[in-house]
Write a protein that binds this ligand. Structure first.
Ligand code: IVH
Length: 680
């Protein structure tokens, strides 16, 4: 097989596996086998970029950096829907329609996904563009980011689709992804997203598509638009998309008459609690396209569709007290203890007040009753104070001034809503947070310890900081035991350190000495230094000495490092206690410099640049590719307007050259490249 044939075959094979996995939920090969095939394709694509297919599964993993999202005019305006919260208005909607079309109506009922609207273009069977709603007439081109979403087909299947059509739908984040992302953010002191919708919209606007891929967005389609679509009803047009390779929503019902719409609504008001993605209502559409056309539009909305939004249940209940919880990064969160109240199927006793600003905005006074609301999400929300129940002359409730865990005076940084405990080295929840972060999978990966055991080691005084792990001995650990009393219906639990457990723990600790520098740097828990930043810092500075000696300006030369991160790194290394920990870890044998073969990182000359390599060079293509990475650049497989330059060897393909020229992407010779990176 020629390389071209092999690339085409691998692309098709991998796409078939993706389809089995994401659309049919029926994978036929293991994740490992899939990754092997993908890697093989990636290697071939780097070698033969001229053969990369437009639906290559490698587009799914991202790698593009979009500096600025281009504004694109919508071919068909993106409308929004009229909303209602009442059954009565649903009946009015139905009556209005019947009075215009003079017949009983068949409706298509769907869920109203809580994310952001997107329009995805298909031209000649290929996904070519994805545009956000924007102002309805033009939106942002977020194609590279949307391509990472596995349920968006890049090439259509079957036949009979028009040359051009658009699929409209919602980009969203599942609850599971949302929670994992927030946990990660809290680990490094980043503010969590308030809800899955904000998380989805923040993610879709990221410049690095690889990060979008990592976070895992999802897509639910709800409309198809285009000329020459064969179907005559909304329902059929959506079903048809299945034949073309789309994942069609599980919930789509054809019903006759408004009373069945209301049944559907009642059903989903309850069942939405079982869904793993957020919805905030249902959408009802007149099923027949000809009737849709006849009904037309008002100034803003189509007359043939309406959204019914679920009411969040709301109750007023007395505030009993406020707890101040100290998180693992020191942020203090006020939590209201409420007189228990039944709400949307559960009893609510507590609800977060988020932070001092939110608390102040609510203007909570002593003895107040608060309105608590529960919508689609599982989490109850305080939405206001019940002023009818306010006592005369009630004093405002002030935020605590001292840490309830360690007594330190609390602080607040300018421009930040969070009040925090600055005693990061000695405040128990913060120490536990640092220990847990250190052992985490993406950090030192000490899975033989686990959170429960770490807590025990801290509680019995054996581990007070991350360096203490490396002084633990067999005799100290053997026989440690802790009882967790029965709670909330769970039986009593005893964790004890037996011989095998202790051996595993010590073996894990010994192995962690091989963990590469970039992960050690992440593990030591410098605030705001997440996994990616740690990687970039490690590559740039190569060892901890250079990093700890770096000035603010030098730190900020690293891509993605801004004031906040730079200041945090400086303040970390200014703290003698941290320095001592680093010295002890170093003595213990942890990696504080990058390994030999990574150590050839020579500059940051190509930082953030996307480079396409094409042609034959005096050294192997793999070596060229490695050099690009070692100088901070990124290898991408096909030329786009986001490519910074094409590195052209001998015999560069004419198609590539034409494309680069057309897009105004500079073409650089091998020699120019060596000059650029300071090699000659
Ligand atoms: S139909 C003309 N169907 O809700 C039809 N919209 O204002 C336009 N949405 O911007 C939309 N789920 O982002 C439709 N099943 C669904 C939907 C849905 C969520 C969003 C959409 C739109 C907004 C309504």
């Amino acid at each position: 097989m020629s390389p071209q044939e092999e690339i085409i075959a691998l692309t098709a094979e991998l796409n078939r596996h993706n389809y089995n996995y994401y659309m049919l939920d029926a994978p036929v090969i293991s994740d490992y086998e899939f990754d092997q095939l993908l890697r093989k394709l990636q290697d071939l694509e780097v070698q033969y970029p001229q053969f990369v297919q437009p639906d290559s599964p490698t587009l799914r993993v991202g790698g593009t950096v979009t500096k600025k999202f281009e504004s694109v005019a919508h071919r068909y305006p993106m409308l929004s829907l009229g909303n209602t919260y009442s059954e009565e208005e649903l009946l009015e909607f139905d009556n209005r329609i019947k009075s215009i079309v003079n017949q009983d109506i068949e409706y298509a009922c769907e869920l109203k996904y809580d994310g952001l609207a997107i329009s995805i273009w298909y031209e000649n069977g290929l996904m070519t563009r994805a545009v956000t709603r924007g102002d309805g007439t033009k939106g942002d081109d977020v194609t590279a980011n949307v391509r990472t979403i596995k349920s968006v087909p890049l090439r259509l299947q079957g036949s009979g689709y028009p040359d051009f059509f658009e699929v409209r739908g919602e980009i969203l984040m599942t609850f599971a992804r949302f929670e994992a992302l927030n946990k990660e953010r809290e680990d490094i002191g980043e503010p969590p997203f308030a809800n899955p919708r904000n998380a989805a919209s923040g993610t879709l606007k990221l410049q690095e598509s690889a990060e979008v891929a990592r976070r895992g967005l999802d897509f639910r389609l709800y409309y198809v638009m285009g000329e020459n679509l064969a179907d005559t009803t909304h329902y059929d047009s959506i079903r048809r998309l299945k034949d073309w390779g789309f994942r069609v929503p599980d919930v789509l019902e054809k019903v006759s008459g408004i009373s069945q719409v209301i049944d559907f609504m009642h059903k989903w008001d309850v069942e939405r609690k079982q869904l793993d993605f957020p919805i905030d209502g249902i959408v009802i559409k007149v099923n027949r396209f000809d009737l849709q056309q006849q009904l037309g539009m008002t100034a803003k909305n189509p007359r043939w569709a309406i959204a019914y939004k679920f009411k969040a249940e709301k109750m007023s209940t007395p505030l009993l007290s406020i707890d101040y919880q100290v998180g693992r990064t020191g942020i203090v969160t006020p939590v209201a203890n409420l007189q228990p109240v039944p709400l949307a199927g559960t009893i609510v006793k507590r609800a977060t007040l988020h932070n001092a600003d939110v608390m102040a905005a609510l203007d909570i006074r002593e003895g107040d009753s608060l309105f608590v609301e529960k919508g689609g999400e599982i989490i109850p929300k305080i939405v206001g104070v019940d002023l009818d129940k306010r006592l005369p002359d009630a004093h405002p409730v002030a935020f605590v001034t001292h840490c309830p865990e360690c007594g330190a005076e609390l602080r607040r940084n300018e421009d930040e809503a969070g009040i925090f405990c600055p005693n990061e080295m000695h405040c128990p929840p913060q120490i536990k947070g640092k220990l847990e972060h250190f052992i985490g999978r993406k950090a030192m990966n000490l899975d033989s310890l686990g959170e429960g055991k770490v807590e025990i080691l801290y509680d019995c005084g054996l581990v007070k900081n991350i360096a203490d792990f490396y002084d633990l001995t067999f005799n100290q650990l053997l026989g440690i035991e802790k009882r967790f009393p029965a709670e909330d219906g769970k039986p009593e639990r005893v964790v004890s350190f037996r011989e095998k457990t202790v051996e595993n723990i010590l073996a894990g600790i010994a192995q962690s000495k091989q963990v590469p520098f970039e992960r050690v740097l992440f593990a030591i828990g410098i605030r705001y230094v997440g996994e990616t930043t740690a990687k970039k810092l490690a590559r740039f500075f190569k060892n901890i000495d250079a990093l700890s000696a770096a000035t603010r300006e030098e730190l900020m030369e690293v891509n993605d490092v801004g004031d906040r991160v730079a200041d945090s790194i400086i303040s970390y290394f200014n703290n003698p206690e941290n320095l001592e920990i680093v010295i002890r870890l170093r003595k213990a044998g942890l990696q504080f410099e990058i390994a030999e073969d990574e150590g050839v990182v020579s500059s940051d000359e190509l930082q953030g640049k996307s480079v396409v390599v094409s042609g034959v060079f005096t050294i192997s293509r793999d070596d060229i590719k490695k050099m690009i990475e070692q100088h901070g650049g990124k290898n991408v497989s096909s030329i786009s307007k986001n490519t910074d330059f094409v590195l052209a060897g001998e015999k560069m393909g004419p198609e590539k050259r034409k494309k680069a020229e057309a897009l105004g992407v500079p073409i650089i010779s091998e020699e120019e490249f060596y000059k650029m990176i300071g090699a000659i």
